[in-house]
Design a protein around this ligand. Structure first.
Ligand SMILES: C[S@@+](CC[C@H](N)C(=O)[O-])C[C@H]1O[C@@H](n2cnc3c(N)ncnc32)[C@H](O)[C@@H]1O
Length: 261
């Protein structure tokens, strides 16, 4: 039996860096009327988005920033190593804090997989957004994802079976309506094996779109747009995001929030 590789199962279950970079690139072109060259991937973890960015074309340069050496080393071994020399030369990773003013600026600054939900107070989130604002080039954009819906406030554990022979569990463990603090876990179970509990754990505050939008405007972004994911025939997310003025009240939704400098 193969050794259990938590980042492999995480990638299969929740990441789609190819779709992310395609969306970033297209949205930037539509909103800015030029090609985005540089990307700074805050909270980059295994920096799979940065690696995908470098594959788009030979202009692209990416820089990931993360505090944790473990996912960074994994990304170097599994993703960076798959790139050709030219692509590799355009990807950088900083083992450091997203709050550092020394991090480079970029056309696009991104914070994916809801990583900024670790900020529990408005002041902390505003501070991060202000730092992100300072690191966005003068005609650049800041992009974060957000999720919500009734499934994020009701304790629920959702199992997704993968053809490859494992199940992914998204566990909404607790939610406090007074603070909006929520605890989530990811569990995995490979066929024929015991369930591996709490492989990833998230102690978050659930931020709403209007709160995020207000904070982005307060730190100086001139305009903020919301991109909402469409649904397929089965009512599941179809991975296609469109700019909207109104959302849809569903059990579970994902959106991107884009701030323009
Ligand atoms: C939810 S994970 C997401 C990782 C990656 N974006 C992904 O999609 O897989 C959050 C990441 O943020 C990192 N992190 C938390 N606080 C940070 C900070 N202040 N500066 C840099 N990285 C931070 C953690 O080490 C962790 O890798």
């Amino acid at each position: 039996m193969k050794e259990f590789d938590k980042y492999y199962y995480y990638h299969k279950s929740v990441q789609s860096p190819d779709a992310d970079v395609e969306f970033f690139d297209k949205t930037f072109r539509e909103l800015r009327g030029r090609e985005a060259v540089t990307l700074k991937e805050d909270f980059c973890g295994t920096f799979s988005i940065s690696c995908e960015w470098s594959k788009l074309n030979e202009n692209k340069q990416a820089c990931g920033v993360d505090l944790d050496l473990e996912p960074i080393e994994y990304g170097k071994e599994k993703y960076l190593s798959q790139l050709n020399d030219n692509q590799k030369s355009r990807v950088r990773v900083i083992h450091g804090n997203v709050m550092s003013p020394e991090n480079p600026s970029a056309d696009i600054v991104s914070a994916s997989n809801f990583s900024y939900f670790i900020f529990k107070t408005r002041a902390e989130l505003k501070d991060y957004f202000a730092k992100a604002y300072n690191s966005v080039n003068s005609d650049g954009m800041f992009i974060v994802d957000c999720f919500g819906g009734t499934d994020t406030t009701n304790p629920v554990e959702e199992e997704t079976e993968h053809e490859e022979g494992f199940s992914y569990f998204w566990d909404q463990d607790s939610f406090d309506p007074v603070s909006n603090f929520a605890q989530f876990y990811i569990h995995f179970q490979r066929e024929g094996e015991a369930k591996r509990e709490k492989v990833f754990s998230y102690d978050w505050r659930m931020w709403s779109i209007p709160e995020i939008k207000d904070l982005m405007l307060e730190v100086g972004f001139k305009d903020v747009s919301i991109y909402w994911e469409g649904t397929d025939e089965d009512g599941e997310g179809d991975g296609v995001f469109r700019a909207v003025k109104e959302g849809e009240d569903c059990e579970s939704w994902i959106s991107y929030i884009v701030g323009l400098k």
